[in-house]
Design a protein around this ligand. Sequence first.
Ligand SMILES: *Cc1c(COP(=O)(O)O)cnc(C)c1O
Length: 465
Amino acid sequence: MTMITNHMPTAELQAIDAAHHMHPFTTNDELAEQGARVITRAKGVFLTDSEGNEILDGMAGLWCVNIGYGRTEMAEVAARQMAELPYYNTFFKTTHVPAIALSQEIARLAPEGMNNVFFAGSGSEANDTNIRMVRTYWAEKGKPSKSHIISRKNAYHGSSMGSGSLGGMDYMHAQGGMPIPGIHHIGQPDWWAEGGDMTPEEFGLARARELEAKIEELGEDNVAAFIAEPVQGAGGVIIPPETYWPEIQRICDKYEILLIADEVICGFGRTGNWFGSQTFGIRPHIMTIAKGLSSGYQPIGGSVVCDEVASVIGATEFNHGYTYSGHPVASAVALKNLQILQDENILDHVRNTAGPAFRAGLEGLADHPLVGGASVIGLMGSLPLTPHKESRAKFAGEAGAIGLMCRERCFANNLVMRHVGDRMVVSPPLVITPDEINIFMDRARKALDETWQKADKEGLLKAAS
Ligand SMILES: *Cc1c(COP(=O)(O)O)cnc(C)c1O
């Protein structure tokens, strides 16, 4: 076996990576030609790559490293737990202290009446659990016909067959036989891209009422649940108009539809509260959690389940679970993460310090000729790029080309921002300081300038007609 170390030349590491490692959501042949960037270590909000560049991670990895990188207490907890009990399952009438303690702490932080946790290894797995759980719930209640689940276009709920079907990404559905039967998608509350001449408030109501129309089309007796992210993350940080969630809540209540809030990104402080449901006044029956639950230090996810659903599920054998449900090391690490979030008042930092500074910075970038505006909540935000702000016009060329160009200019300036089409999205670690936010904004402005110059030179700043 070759020992691979951080001290190998970058090109050598890239060549081995290209030869053997199939990357997710990547055209691997193209990447093999370009060579992947090799990340070697990280501390706080900064990544270091194999060339020694210090990159500000404006995405907290994949929206998950809420407490920042390099927290040695997390490593100590993992080492202690591995030495004491590295693994045991929770299937056959057994349990262990990390799963006991973590489930209690999640229940304590979750909204009133949500006192039950079913553990999974990821957000995708948890959403697969949710599909089976809501269908089993209605079957046990004597209403097995209530099995259809309504989701939204451009939603992201994971990448397995079930969760990828719940998601509304057409390019994912195009491969591998998704969506599975019984999943339906209504329009998303993306006023910027789809609101036309409506006010955001009118548009929010119109999009929420698509849920009512879909329930009536399918028949109330056939619908089990509606699933949505409080704020769509991977879809482009789409913050719904104020009218949207109250209307969705009214409709779910009226038709007795279970409401699943996918909190995988919004949970654990991202919007300034423990859960996005609290920020938006949503009363879910089930919340999907992952990512920020452990700040990405260990893979773990789960479903937080209200007492009514848990009591119905609890009365029968639920033939479902994962080898790593409630994994002791992952649970111990997640618990430590929740403790750090509380001991260091990190939610308060998001609400009162970092959040306002981040908002001011992104709103400051909105005067850039390429930026159409800024939407921000807590520490997540988006900057739609446009050739014409007033009409919110799209670019005439290929969708996403300018966004990709901007992402690459960001990387060249040691900043990670992601692009979703021609919208830049950001979601930094929650511990980012005002000084680091200034560094972020300086690098972002430089990247935007370079994008504008490059796009202008290539004649790409024309608006679609
Ligand atoms: C990332 C994500 C998931 C999937 O989580 P994985 O851990 O990648 O399986 C599900 N829902 C939302 C909202 C996400 O952002």
